[in-house]
Design a protein around this ligand. Structure first.
Ligand code: ZN
Length: 88
């Protein structure tokens, strides 16, 4: 079963004529890049809106992984019962 993975390897400058990439940013440090200027062209490298979108994607991916992990050891109908709060 294919897992849902959100892989982020770095930040890329939005400026099409720049394209500067900051690599190897630890996942928990992305927030600190919000509003920072690109070291190459000075444009904002990560807007608050982009960061929110990234967080949203990350949460969605995590949720999907949880469901897939549960389905590995139980059947779909059992999982639905669990979701409904029924004891199985
Ligand atoms: Zn740039």
């Amino acid at each position: 079963m294919k897992m849902v993975e959100i892989e982020v390897v770095g930040l890329k400058c939005d400026n099409p004529t720049c394209g500067h990439v900051i690599k190897d940013i630890p996942e928990n440090q992305y927030e600190s890049y919000v509003g920072r200027p690109c070291p190459s062209c000075g444009e904002m490298i990560l807007s608050q809106q982009e960061f929110d979108e990234y967080e949203r994607m990350k949460r969605a991916g995590r949720k999907a992984n949880t469901i897939l992990n549960v389905l590995k050891w139980t059947s779909a109908s059992t999982y639905l019962d669990l979701l409904r709060g029924r004891k199985v």
